[in-house]
Design a protein around this ligand. Structure first.
Ligand SMILES: CC[C@H](O)CC(=O)C(=O)O
Ligand SMILES: [Mn+2]
Length: 376
């Protein structure tokens, strides 16, 4: 069955002043909001970076047909992420980006980069094969490391988006200051990124409001990227929009790190129900999720003990599979590792510390077992 926009009853509600402002700044004009799909980037974490070129072509073609206007394709940890520490990609990401560009007829292909992990050279190579949106990510209090990269991306003529990761871990004020740094460096949009899926409603709302107030008056856009660890991705995305965000991320079937991302198809349905235009054909995006992505997912992202712990303890979602592997190897529970990661406050790039924690827990267990057996 194909659901057409005209078949869906629109809920009658008053449009707020913020929404009117947001709509005025939304790129494009015929929609109120741009959804960027990150199945082929954040989903890479959940796929242990094993995307094939055929899968990338299938997903891009389906999203493009559905009217999704920005599609992110990169290793889960961004350009240059394929490595011993983060996990090797099955297929070179430049080949995947090239394939995505080849399939897209209207959608822009976006890439993510973390300065330090990737270099300007990586960005230039991605641009050379057709990527046109540079999403530059830093820890939420360290935006200053991205200034050169925004300049280089603008010089290449790319659209620029800043990504303030682990946004729950700082105050709205500090977040706004870091957004300001990114905009001054050349970011056209700054995202509040709930990497841990730890923001609960008003937490997301306050951060979006602070960033909109800081950078909105310069005409910069604000975005929101949610994770489902506490099941708040979609609700936070709605609140983000209502408070001025005009770019929202999702992933088909929630395919992403931790309990996954806000599902693109649920975002599309929800915003359409609210009468907010995303330019996405609901029937097509539902098919993309159900018929294209679902069949190749080895394990659907889900809110289980480990991923809920990530949301609860404020842990980077992409640590999930690293923690599960360490748990298996050292015989300790993954959720206990993640709880400790939260206590120690590790950030992206500190994946190797997961092993340290697993060893610490294994040692504690061994000492406990010895004490239990009466051996001193
Ligand atoms: C390693 C980058 C990270 O996965 C970016 C992201 O999607 C997030 O912080 O949520
Ligand atoms: Mn993410």
């Amino acid at each position: 069955m194909t659901i057409r926009p005209e078949d869906v009853p629109v809920v009658d509600r008053e449009v707020t002043e913020t929404e009117v402002l947001a709509n005025a700044t939304a790129a494009g004009g015929e929609r109120d909001l741009r959804i960027t799909d990150s199945t082929l980037r954040d989903g890479s974490h959940a796929m242990s970076h094993q995307f094939t070129e055929e899968q990338v072509r299938g997903v891009v073609s389906a999203l493009d047909r559905a009217g999704v206007q920005a599609i992110e394709v990169t290793h889960g940890d961004g350009l240059g992420g394929s490595s011993f520490n983060y996990g090797f990609s099955l297929v070179d990401e430049l080949d995947l980006i090239r394939a995505a560009v080849d399939e897209a007829t209207q959608a822009k292909i976006a890439v993510l980069m973390l300065p330090g992990l990737a270099t300007v050279r990586d960005l230039k190579q991605a641009h050379a094969v057709g990527a046109s949106v540079a999403r530059i990510a830093t820890h939420c209090t360290e935006a200053d490391v991205s200034t050169q990269h925004f300049g280089e991306a603008r010089a290449l003529g790319m659209e620029t988006v800043g990504f303030l990761m682990l946004s729950h871990s700082t105050t709205p004020d500090v977040l706004a200051r870091n957004a300001r740094t990114m905009v001054d460096a050349g970011a056209e949009c700054v995202y509040v990124v709930d990497s841990a899926g730890a923001l609960i409603l008003s937490d997301a709302q306050e951060r979006i409001t602070a960033v909109v107030e800081e950078v909105g008056r310069d005409g910069a856009q604000v975005g929101f990227h949610g994770h489902q660890n506490l099941s708040m991705g979609v609700a936070n995305s709605v609140l983000a929009y209502q408070n001025g965000a005009v770019q929202i991320d999702g992933a088909l079937c929630a395919l992403g790190a931790g309990a996954g991302n806000s599902p693109t198809e649920v975002l599309a349905a929800t915003f359409e129900r609210m009468g907010i235009r995303t330019g996405i054909d609901l029937g097509e995006v539902l098919s993309a999720a159900e018929e294209v992505v679902r069949p190749f997912i080895p394990r659907l992202p889900w809110m289980d003990r480990s991923s809920i712990t990530q949301g609860y303890a404020g842990v980077y979602s992409s640590f999930l599979l690293h923690a599960e592997r360490a748990a298996e190897r050292y015989g300790v529970p993954a959720h206990e590792i993640l709880q400790k990661v939260g206590e120690y406050g590790y950030v992206g790039g500190q994946e190797d510390m997961i092993i340290d924690i697993a060893l610490e827990l294994a040692q504690e267990k061994e000492l406990g077992d010895l004490a239990g057996s009466g051996v001193r």
